[in-house]
Ligand binder design. Sequence first.
Ligand code: HEM
Ligand SMILES: [Cu+2]
Length: 647
Amino acid sequence: MKLDEFFVTGDPIIFLSQIAIGLTIIGLVALISYLKKWKYLWQEWFTTVDHKKIGIMYIIAGVLMFFRGGVDGLMMRAQTSRPGLELLDGQHYDEIFTTHGVVMILFMAMPLLIGIMNVVLPLQIGARDVAFPKLNALSFWLFFGAAMLFNISFVIGGSPDAGWTNYFPLAGVEFSPDIGNNFYAIALQIAGIGTLATGINFIVTILKMRAPGMTLMKMPMFTWTSLVTSVLIVAAFPILTIALLMMTLDRMFGAHFFTVAAGGDPMLWLNLFWLWGHPEVYIVVLPAFGMYSEIIATFSRKNLFGYKTMVISIVAIAFLSMLVWVHHFYTMGNSAAVNSVFSVTTMMIAIPTGVKIFNWLFTMRKGRIQFTNAMMWSLAFIPCFTIGGVTGVMLAMAAADYQYHNTMFLVAHFHYVLIPGVVFAVFAGLYYWWPKMFGFTLNERIGKWHFWLFVIGFNMTFMPMFFVGLDGMSRRMYTYSESTGWAPYLGFSAIGSLVLAAGFAALVYNIYWSFRYASRDIGGDPWDARTLEWDTASPVQEYNFAVTPEVTELDQFWKNKKEGKNKLKKEEIKDIHMPSNSGIPIIMSVAFGIVGFFLIFEWFTLAAIFSIAIIAGLIASSFDYDDGYHIPAKKVLETERKWRGDL
Ligand code: HEM
Ligand SMILES: [Cu+2]
């Protein structure tokens, strides 16, 4: 293989990125060495098994990936801002919408949500950690390794270019002979394994580690949505695993699962992909619903309206989400009867979703609403998401979909679902739980800039797409002529995307500002909240709870506060058992990354040799008899005294 087949060459934008990436890596390594922080990073972060730190690492990685995916989005909007522009050529545009879609869904939405779940879940159920802390670290490092592997594709080897859905036959070797799509097959596979492990980990955590007295129907709503999401992960991700494996066999080993000429069937790919892909969009939206529920209740000073119907509707949504996948290919030759069935199941999802929207509105009714940033995002979510939902029902009608199918109308629809449903929620969740993670709140005033710029920019960017879509502009078009009349809409949309980007910049500035200047004196419960995680210090002590809380009803922490019963008893504090750090997860992930890399380049001997490292890691792991250490009661008492001010 020649060097210029290895590195992507010939495009000035990519050439500049290569230089920038090289310099950034050298700069980072030099900076960390200069500050002598390697040991700190290794001991405190790279080998940690603490759910809170793992959560924070997920969040940092997710924000970085949001930046990457966002830049892709901006480039697409720039390219279509005027008719006939040639900022990107067709091939480059294809690569960018593909990586944008993959990065946003798998490497932005998933890690940000899983990151917040990691931080909050154990705290909310009164636990010390997740059920399998080391596996949790492995999940994170597999995701992170996979994200890095996927991201280098645009400078090394070439990006995938067949869309985030990677439909066959386009995605097969016949029409995509370059290795770009191998990146898709392998990186998603590695990330998927990590996600599946997370799903199992969270299910066990929630079912087995709740504080005494917390029955299923006394769990906070975010815990409920995390549980249901985890069950969906365990139901859906194995399907992705199999589909990607078949894709790998097709592309690299000459199998023909998806090629018609040799007896395969591309529709098999569509069925498998969407049988995972549709639940996947609920996997990312459900935890968001949980966050909004917590935040709206807290800042309305009321308990959540219709808790039971909320639980029922989440379960109903999850169940229905597995039964609707065919709505992604109504136009690909199903019978009218099949289309009708899937049309109906799809529309049924609007019912439980509507129930939830009304529950949130009723929660606010007669509440004493506080317009904090977390609450603002939750409020903006409701109308924006409703636009996404209503246009979704329009798309759900099979006959009408023959008109909208593959147009910008669809692109507008799913951004109206995913951005309020995921991104707004992550912002709301960050503002809300930031003090738990870092011990200070983000600045509310800069936060308002972040809010207004982002929400206005979001609507400016995506609203015009509904109109050009109805006017016949298909999705994934990299250019168009003046005579279409779309130029004013797409120009407006491009400006909107800059406003959106300015909103994101305001968030980054807010984080910077707050790290430097925000007050550290906020206590454990700055929002006067309702659930157990607020019964810990901010930032949370490494052992979470000095004494495991007892629960007799919903919103136990709120009740304790009202009754003045949230005091600790000195006698109850005992030695606390903690798991030890482990280097195995990160080392395993590096091994997975290297094997993945060789597989992508189809250097099979090297891949086989390095797979031995993975197996060795598994064996080493099974001989790891370390059963942790204890924090002495005296030390716990001291720590608790410091932040509680009594005892
Ligand atoms: C930062 C703001 C964003 C901008 C400016 C943006 C822009 C775009 C544009 C212009 C397209 C259409 C490409 C085309 O069909 O020609 C697109 C596709 C897509 N976007 Fe976004 N987007 C943004 C955020 C997001 C987010 C947050 C998500 C998911 C959580 C997302 C998921 C997707 C997906 C899945 C596709 C389809 C890719 C494909 O066709 O294969 N986007 N985006
Ligand atoms: Cu769907």
